[in-house]
Ligand binder design. Structure first.
Ligand code: NAD
Length: 491
């Protein structure tokens, strides 16, 4: 396992020699010790990325050449999939099959953006028709510059890939900072880049604290763009800091995603999607199905099934076979989720199942699958992201009421609707104020489709061609092609 910073194509120790311990959330035991970067290390990394962009030719390489590096990185990630998945489980806690999905998706993301990099060679220029035929004009798209990528702990390698792959495809260079608690697979991504022969300075990976290394990336005047996934308060601070130099910013923030179950739904299927939506990755998902609205006609039968199925979820170390729910990522996260449930109870919520640490599991940061009802609309449990395996369920009587309740949130990342009636489902989807709406499912995410939120869930879209656009500038080149003088003062 790597324990240094990856700067300018080399593994180096931080200038001031700081370290940080990393723990396995399933056991609470020490897993590894990594380096902690200071603002001086960030400065060196940003200058390396700047040089790689401005002078060394990464930004001017044909897309087809950059694509070769991306494909090579995808190949190495796939070859190392079992090992990287195991590392993700030990670092983050998620069950192994989910980690394998993540790593496979990360490889797929590099492959997808390799294709888009190749296409850029032919589609990065277009002529535009002007209203004055004395001029011709074309539009070219060019790489934006040096990108500061700051990612959270819930999908460590995948969130890094969602930023690094399109940025490199576009011709940008990157300084990546993983989350404090889950830095290990991002360090391996640096090793992947090294093995792929990525030129020095094109990808730099610095472990360290958000308030120090992260903030130093955000404040660095030579960084052109910040791509951030994380919490709302940090995103808001990043946007404020970025405004000083008018840096470009994309933000993928939190959510409190509703799922509406209409009475014609198949209850067993709806319950399965709700369980997947709130219990996979231990509910530590920005788009987690955390508010479920169920039509009053089927409310009780839906709840009965949900509670019965939630009780069957197998909890344990993500490395063990058959485990569906691993530990939360850290002691802090365990405390946050526990406090959120205690507070919900004080506010009058009923706990139908779960609510705390599973019996006989004293070690690690495990939390039971939890179903809450009677959660007041003004309580934090209904309004704020809990980021754990805790779902709030509430009945509704009419379509209008369901849509109003669903939209009554400052977030707008994702939403879902369950119904056999296509017309109804499409109408509700159109009325939901969210960047992602699922019909008769919840959570499936595809590299080809845009990802991002309305309202306070963020700014911009990742994935698909939208993800590439984030790392491109648009330039018009307009030529005066008439022989006649312009005629402003020569008549
Ligand atoms: P966080 O905001 O605490 O940290 C995210 C990253 O920002 C970490 O790398 C952290 O070190 C860094 N950071 C912290 N302070 C910083 C600062 N002042 N300057 C620069 N960087 C700083 O979030 P988290 O707890 O790691 O992640 C959980 C949050 O992420 C949840 O709110 C979740 O909804 C959100 N999230 C959103 C998406 C999405 O796609 N919308 C995906 C995953 C997670």
């Amino acid at each position: 396992m790597k324990n240094q910073l990856f700067i300018d194509g080399k593994w180096v120790s931080p200038i001031h020699g700081g370290t940080q311990e990393i723990f396995n959330p399933a056991t609470g035991n020490l897993l590894h010790v990594v380096a902690v970067a200071s603002e001086h290390d960030v400065d060196i990394a940003v200058k390396a990325a700047r040089r790689a962009f401005d002078k060394d030719g990464w930004s001017t390489l044909p897309g087809s050449e950059r694509a070769k590096y991306l494909r090579k990185m995808a190949e190495i990630i796939r070859r190392r999939l079992p090992e990287l998945a195991e590392l993700e489980v030990k670092d983050n806690g998620k069950p192994r099959p989910e980690a394998e999905w993540d790593i496979g998706d990360a490889a797929g993301c590099f492959e997808y953006y390799a294709k888009l990099a190749e296409e850029l060679d032919t589609n990065n220029k277009s002529d535009i028709q002007l209203s004055d035929d004395r001029f011709t004009s074309k539009v070219v798209r060019e790489p934006l510059g040096v990108v500061g990528a700051i990612v959270p702990w819930n999908y460590p390698l995948l969130m890094a890939s969602w930023k690094v792959a399109p940025a490199l495809a576009a011709g940008c260079t990157v300084v990546l900072k993983p989350a404090e608690v889950t830095p290990l697979t991002s360090l391996e991504l640096a090793a992947v880049a090294e093995e792929a022969g990525l030129p020095a300075g094109v990808l730099n990976v610095l472990t360290g604290r958000g308030s120090v290394a992260g903030q130093a990336i955000v404040d660095h005047p030579l960084v052109d763009k910040l791509a951030f996934t994380g919490s709302g308060p940090v995103g808001s601070r990043i946007m404020a800091s970025a405004s000083k130099d008018v840096k470009r910013v994309t933000l993928e923030l939190g959510g409190k995603s509703p799922l509406i179950v209409f009475p014609d739904s198949d209850i067993a299927k709806a319950v399965e999607w709700v369980m997947f939506g709130i219990f996979w990755n231990q509910g530590q998902v920005c788009s987690a199905t955390s508010r479920v609205l169920v039509h009053e006609e089927i409310y009780q039968s839906f709840l009965d099934r949900l509670v019965a199925e939630a009780k069957k979820i197998t909890i344990g170390n993500g490395l063990d076979a058959g485990i569906l729910l691993g530990p939360l990522v850290s002691e802090t996260q365990h405390r946050n989720v526990s406090n959120a449930v205690l507070k919900a109870k004080e506010d009058g919520a009923k706990v139908l199942t779960g609510g705390g640490r599973p019996a006989n599991m004293e070690q690690g940061y495990f939390f039971e699958p939890t179903v809450l009802t009677d959660v007041p609309l003004n309580s934090e449990a209904w309004i704020e992201e809990i980021f754990g395996p805790v779902v709030c369920v509430r009945p509704f009587a009419t379509e209008q009421e369901a849509v109003e309740l669903a939209n009554d949130s400052r977030f707008g990342l994702a939403a879902a609707v369950m119904s056999q009636n296509n017309e109804l489902a499409e109408r509700v989807a159109a009325n939901l104020r969210a960047g992602v709406v699922w019909i008769n499912c919840s959570q499936p995410t595809f590299t080809e489709a845009p990802w991002g939120g309305y309202k306070q869930s963020g700014i911009g879209r990742e994935l698909g061609p939208w993800g590439l656009d984030n790392y491109l500038e648009t330039k018009q080149i307009t030529a005066y092609v008439s022989d006649a003088p312009w005629g402003w003062y020569i008549k």
